[in-house]
Design a protein around this ligand. Structure first.
Ligand code: SF4
Length: 385
């Protein structure tokens, strides 16, 4: 079933590594909320139009508030968004509804407020339990707030909690990384997303690295920390269902799994992406232009119709990273025999190097292969002639 992603484009403070779309000025918040509700109405048919006439429905099984920092919104602002969603979509009674939150926002009072709206999952941006790392990344919270936020959410009755962690930070030794993982396990969270710090172009971090203020991310250290993580996750019974995502049995992020399993989704808000099986579109990454466009009854977005090769490449990129693997039968059915031949031919050297295995006609990365997942995927990509 389809999902909805809502991008809340505001943050209290800019993390130095971030290349997402956000503004630290809240002056447009009210007009953004107004525009967002209008967009919900304008896009009400996006998901159903991708279906055949018989199948048409506006039923939504997952909603994900991402950003930016959705936890900056208060109860009544979030409720306004839900009112619009309820008016224009059928939200399944068991829908997974996630709110991304920063630890400094999740106080006891905030949790009490959020209890009255239909959120049932938090994704909390902890990143590290060490102040030294948080300062280096210019995060708005401190180490005490990190654990406290999770406790507040759990005490307030939320049990489906995910936290984000980052490894490969120049100040993060292997010893500290082990402690960060240990702290996460002690908090009894059900889901952990762990990403390697990457130095994206045009970020403050890229400038700091270039000018020598901060050491660059060390690839060897990142690889060691990835291996430490795999071992620790296995020991604590976390299933690695996607390269960067781990959970206790039954606590997969339904929303993200739907992306990887190529379900359709609608993205609302500036910079949000949508996918309907044949095309991908993305809203303008500018709050003022997003708002003024909608005020003039025009959605500012770009669209790309996907060719067969592009759809095959997307399937490879997303499926290979998951525990469900890349299905040769799916490739045959959706892209044809030529693509199957091409994929298996390109995969050959990775089978020999034991980076990739073929089990029951599905390709899976080995732990060794996971370290070079992007390289393997790009070698399996089919270039347009
Ligand atoms: S809180 Fe998230 S979206 Fe905002 S700047 Fe930091 S990493 Fe980026």
């Amino acid at each position: 079933m389809a999902g909805i992603y809502i991008h809340i484009p505001f943050c209290k403070q800019a993390c130095n590594y971030c290349d997402f779309h956000f503004s630290t000025s809240l002056k447009n918040k009210d007009s953004f909320l107004f525009a967002l509700q209008k967009e919900i109405e304008m896009q009400r048919d996006y998901l159903s139009l991708a279906l055949s006439k018989e199948e048409r429905s506006r039923e939504v099984s997952t909603i994900y508030f991402g950003g930016g920092t959705p936890s900056l919104l208060n109860q009544s602002e979030l409720m306004q968004i839900f009112d619009s969603l309820n008016k224009h979509f059928d939200i399944a009674s068991n829908a997974e509804i996630t709110l991304e939150a920063n630890p400094d926002d999740l106080t006891k009072n905030k949790i009490k407020e959020l209890k009255d709206i239909p959120i049932n999952r938090f994704s909390i941006g902890i990143q590290s339990f060490y102040d030294e790392d948080l300062k280096l990344m210019n995060r708005a919270h401190n180490s005490q707030e990190a654990g406290y936020a999770v406790k507040c959410a759990q005490d307030g009755g939320f049990e489906n909690i995910s936290i984000d962690l980052i490894y490969g930070i120049p100040t993060l030794t292997n010893h500290k990384w082990r402690n960060n993982l240990q702290n996460a396990f002690l908090l009894n969270v059900k889901h952990i997303s762990a990403y390697c710090l990457t130095v994206e172009p045009k970020t403050v971090l890229a400038h700091q690295v270039k000018t020598g203020q901060i050491k660059n991310v060390d690839e060897q250290q990142s690889a060691e920390q990835f291996e430490i993580m795999l071992e620790a996750m296995k020991k604590f019974n976390f299933v690695q269902y996607e390269i960067s995502n781990f959970c206790k049995e039954g606590y997969y992020s339904k929303h993200n799994s739907n992306y990887w399993l190529k379900e359709n989704y609608l993205g609302l808000g500036p910079s949000a992406h949508s996918y309907n099986g044949t095309s991908r579109q993305w809203n303008i990454s500018n709050n003022a232009l997003y708002i003024s466009g909608i005020e003039n009854k025009k959605l500012n977005f770009e669209i790309e119709e996907l060719t067969l090769s592009q759809r095959y490449n997307e399937y490879i990129l997303t499926s290979l990273r998951t525990m469900w693997g890349t299905s040769i039968d799916y490739i045959k059915l959706n892209f044809g025999d030529d693509f199957v031949r091409y994929c298996l031919q390109e995969a050959k050297k990775y089978f020999e190097a034991k980076d990739l295995i073929n089990e029951e006609n599905k390709l899976f990365l080995t732990d060794k292969g996971k370290l070079i997942a992007d390289k393997i995927a790009s070698d399996l990509f089919k270039l347009e002639k």
